[in-house]
Write a protein that binds this ligand. Structure first.
Ligand code: NAI
Length: 244
């Protein structure tokens, strides 16, 4: 797919990987619909988009809330009467060891990461089916492939996203819709900033390329998945070799 003028809707794109994906597609001349839970995009991020001359819209909306997500999907489609590429990036963590994890901790992460992704995708997928074209990219994680101590809720949500991705890929293929996932390893962002230095050092010792990844390295993978028309149902691991 040629990305110039394509409409790209990215959930959770106020910062981190979502913002980096936005900038990557902006550089390719795509038009952006951005989303987050706050009232507006950070000023510095807007300045970067303005410098690139990008056409963008910001929609506030919580993907975990059924009413809000349905309004969000409708409003996003209405802007250009189409969405060429949907990138399900919004996600949270709430880490606890299995033995201390409350059902509410489990539900909270599943509700945003998995149920939210489903609820945002379904109405847009229906419209893509009618248009017989579309590309969906879901942010999973290596933790969804391999599990992780203290992340039973997050791992389950991301493993679920991989299953969702493969199912959407099978249901959409005959109508020109592709769906793939990205499974990042440890990427520098607010999400990984929360980790203690000790945990970060432990993680670093398990990464053959000996550094955390950059959000833009995930963003480049999203661009590659959007551009390559013969890829569907795949989960691309971007982890510096951590899970070799
Ligand atoms: P982040 O915490 O920096 O950004 C998350 C974004 O999602 C923010 O814009 C936040 O406002 C938004 N968001 C959260 N809950 C939302 C909701 N209910 N409705 C709408 N927006 C919501 O996280 P980061 O690191 O940029 O992660 C982005 C995605 O990549 C997530 O799905 C995450 O699970 C995944 N990922 C990140 C990794 C990392 O090392 N940073 C590793 C593997 C996957």
């Amino acid at each position: 797919m040629e990305l110039t003028d394509k409409v790209v809707f990215i959930s959770g794109s106020t910062r981190g990987i979502g913002a980096a994906i936005a900038l990557e597609f902006a550089k390719s001349g795509s038009r952006l619909i951005l989303n987050g839970r706050q009232d507006d995009l950070p000023k510095a991020f807007k300045e970067k988009l303005d410098l690139l001359g990008t056409e963008y819209h910001y929609l506030k909306g919580d993907i975990a809330n059924e009413e809000s997500v349905s309004e969000l999907a409708a409003a996003a489609w209405q802007i250009y009467e189409k969405i060429d590429i949907l990138i399900n990036n919004a996600g949270i963590t709430n880490d606890k060891l299995m033995m201390g994890m409350k059902t509410s901790d489990f539900d909270q992460v599943i509700n945003v990461n998995l149920r939210g992704t489903f609820m945002l995708t379904q109405p847009i997928f229906k419209k893509m089916l009618k248009k017989r074209a579309g590309c969906i990219i879901n942010l999973a994680s290596i933790v969804g492939l391999h599990g992780n101590t203290g992340q039973a809720n997050y791992a389950a949500s991301k493993a679920g996203i991989i299953g969702l991705t493969k199912s959407i890929a099978q249901e959409g293929a005959h109508r020109g819709i592709r769906c793939n996932a990205i499974a990042p390893g440890m990427i520098t962002s607010d999400m990984t900033e929360k980790l203690s230095e000790r945990v970060k050092e432990q993680i670093l010792s398990r990464i053959p390329l000996n550094r955390l990844g950059q959000p833009k390295e995930v963003a480049k993978t999203a661009k590659f998945l959007a551009e390559n028309d013969y890829l569907t149902g795949q989960t691309i691991v971007v982890d510096g070799g951590m899970t070799i």
